[in-house]
Design a protein around this ligand. Sequence first.
Ligand code: NAD
Length: 653
Amino acid sequence: MNTTTDSHAVADAASASLQHWRLERSADGLVTATLDRACASANALSTAVLSELAQLLDQLDAAPPKGLIVRSGKDAGFIAGADIDEFGALASAEDAQALVTRGWQLFNRLAAVGYPTLALVRGHCLGGGLELALACRYLLVVDEPGTRLGLPEVMLGIFPGWGGMRRLPQRVGGPVALDLMLAGKTVDARRAYKIGLADACVPPRVMAEAARQLVVSGQPRKPLPFVTRLLSGPLRSVVAAQAKKKVAARARPEHYPAPYAIIDLWARHDGDALAAPELIDGIVRSPTARNLVRVYHLQERLKSFGKAEGVAAARHVHVIGAGVMGGDIAAWCALRGLTVTLADQDIARIAPAIQRAHTLFKRRLRDPLLQRAAADRLIPDVDGCGAARADVVIEAIVENVEVKRELFRRLDAQMRPDAVLATNTSSLRLEDLRDVLARPERLVGIHFFNPVAKMPLVEVVAAEGADPAMLARAAAFVRQIDRLPLPVKSAPGFLVNAVLAPYLQAAMRCVDEGLSPETIDEAMLAFGMPMGPIELADTVGLDIALAAGRSLVSDVSEPPTCLAERVAGGRLGRKSGSGFYTWRDGKAVKATPGAVPQGLAQRLVEPLLVRAQELVDSGIVADAELADAGVIFGTGFAPFTGGPLNYRKNSHA
Ligand code: NAD
């Protein structure tokens, strides 16, 4: 029996029956409920976890504590969200309804308990996890880099139906809440405190004590400013209309119904999805949600390629070539915490890259000290001394076999034998570059896309007989800098450029047939592409598109006339100010598109689909899932379709 007055916590006898939660009652009458989901490295709100939470609340009803603190037992963070696989497996409208009802009612119950409650949030607190935290009276965040809060359900094609659409706007006001929910954005601890999502923000060493004090403090919540209350109350419909306009600029309702549903549910039903059952089934079991869950799993699969056992993190990367690609690769690596040496032929060629890097650091890092630290990590290195020390060396010089071979000959003598040697080449055969090396199998491809800071995919290229250990380290490096590694075999255009080339070619043939670029682009925007193919060709550069077409589209001899003429006339697209479009301030000037002919999108996308299948059949990419992942993350191919081959399967079904 605990007769002392010390505050040493004792496990609650009843918690013995729980598998995922631990209840501890301390002498001062506070109870701590720790979620430590069995057999998992991170917490997710599965059916079992939620039903145990209900049991736990039953127990506390019988013996109410002075206060309840909810926290996580995982190093990984608070709660990552609901269990994605459970909602992916919903069989009927009733199942979907039941899933929403369960969380909605349980969190309402938590919000209504008679004793004060507090969520102690450290690390990620997302989706259902944040909805649980929002149902507590107080939300305390721990100020450390891993802490992120948000309701990113929209990224999976669904909505935060367990109270998030009601309680987040109540805490931070409608406009900020919509901004977060509609873009699936997350905020760090300080920002969470600043916008009123968290009641307190404390450093890790005082978190437990701060939580104990706050939960029993009786402290009222800070009221929202008057204007925010107005916008969340009487002017809600105005805010909703504006939000819809903003969403419409990014996503069409027929492709992405969830953001529109979130706005309506908040504006009309104060976030209660149960008040609009038709929306629940229409969203939760929609093809879009199913495909976006697929995309989520594809992304996880790509991430897993970067997780090889026993691969030490790279600390120093040496980049040669400070041009468009090398400069941006170097900047990105420095942003992600690596020491980077950047070499080129002279300092004048490195200077613009350093300038661009500073702009990137400013945009991505708010804290001036962090900006400065990133800038310090990026070191101009005209003499190329960094090559001898680097863990990873990336070549991004001019696309010329002889020049690259000459460089590799020199590097081979300089580099550490265990360091990764990679080329960023888009079109040259690795086999033609590597025979100057003492161990040719050491060369791998690490193929980035332009612009580096925006494109999540990086192809990790294996030439015949490449050293698997080097490939594993290359993939781990790609993951380390927060990109998604896609293993591909060495072949012209790898995956992404190989599927794009026939697609762009088909689009330009339509220009030859008399369709306007605007009409063609509109057809593919309506299909769900982030950018039309003609605008994409202008962006890539028409000279590059011409060369790519020649080497990657085998079934035609002559390039499209419209393309050849423009290149001959020096109209190379965005970089020269005009191509298919005139470019002003980095934007294409477009006329109103004409009526889109029936079946045009289908005709344009077909060559891409066919090529993707061929690349799977020939083993350039290992399977259809990976082809879909690569094309989505490498080109932005309509994610709601689940990828080109998934789309092909479903549309031919
Ligand atoms: P770029 O012309 O912008 O830059 C090349 C840089 O390399 C120049 O600054 C040049 O001075 C430097 N350089 C040339 N020879 C050198 C040498 N021997 N030693 C040191 N520096 C040298 O070219 P880029 O567009 O950045 O392309 C570089 C590589 O990346 C190419 O292999 C290209 O195929 C590949 N790539 C380009 C893109 C793209 O969209 N531009 C995308 C993916 C991959």
